[in-house]
Ligand binder design. Structure first.
Ligand code: CDP
Length: 215
């Protein structure tokens, strides 16, 4: 039994919160795939020299089990992450780990940009979480300010627009809603409403999945 929940969406859409809560609710292991790209971006950015070469080298050497570091949530790292994520060799180096995570016995929750399209295309539950850019920027700005980062709302909005364009426009695994993903627009929702709406979507998917696996 391998119930996989794929959560994709643009920056600061609330997908991480939704994915984390779903993992708790269904008692499934959770992978925030953005952390992998953030780790590679941060390492490549501090290496100096050619960014592309450094990113490919770091992606190949990365231990994906140990990338969790709250420092990687910073605003500048998001930009480095999306630059690294546009490099096909970087994506290729991180593929096996993510696919294995998604196919582990018992199921899993993964969030990112290409979970429903590339990493786990046969996931029985797929959500595409989004919100208006200004609302996402406000959420991210509050989050960064809460962590002591001095950054203006305008800067955060510009970063979000730049990353949206880069993530959606890249040739390799662009940010796109999978044909069978359910759209969840959280623009008008707070966290508990978003989580509640996500649970309803997953419950419906789980019902269909259980029916198709019974008998
Ligand atoms: O939290 P936020 O949405 O700002 O970013 P994230 O999910 O931590 O991802 C950081 C960057 O990594 C994104 O802007 C993408 O360029 C990239 N990424 C990706 O390409 N594919 C994924 N599965 C996850 C993240």
């Amino acid at each position: 039994m391998n119930f996989v929940i794929a959560v994709d969406g643009p920056a600061a859409s609330g997908k991480g919160t939704v994915a984390g809560r779903l993992a708790l609710a269904y008692d499934l292991p959770y992978l925030d795939t953005g952390m992998l790209y953030r780790a590679v971006g941060a390492l490549a950015g501090s290496t100096g020299g050619d960014f592309r070469t450094a990113a490919i080298t770091w992606a190949s050497a990365l231990n994906p089990e140990s990338v969790y570091d709250p420092q990687l949530r910073g605003g500048r790292v998001g930009d480095l992450a999306s630059r690294a994520a546009a490099i096909p060799e970087v994506r290729g180096a991180l593929l096996d780990f993510q696919r294995s995570f998604a196919t582990q016995a018992g199921g899993a929750v993964l969030d990112g940009r290409d979970i429903g399209t590339v990493i786990a295309p046969s996931a029985p539950a797929k959500l595409f979480v989004t919100a208006a850019p200004e609302i996402r920027a406000e959420r991210r700005w509050k989050q960064l300010a809460g962590h002591g980062e001095t950054v203006s709302f305008e800067e955060v909005l510009a970063d979000i627009r730049l990353r949206d364009a880069r993530d959606s426009g890249r040739a390799s695994a662009p940010l796109v809603q999978a044909a069978d993903a359910v759209l969840l627009d959280t623009s008008e929702m707070d966290i508990s409403q978003s989580v509640e709406a996500a649970r309803r979507i997953v419950e419906a998917a789980r019902g269909r999945w259980e029916t198709s696996h019974s008998g």
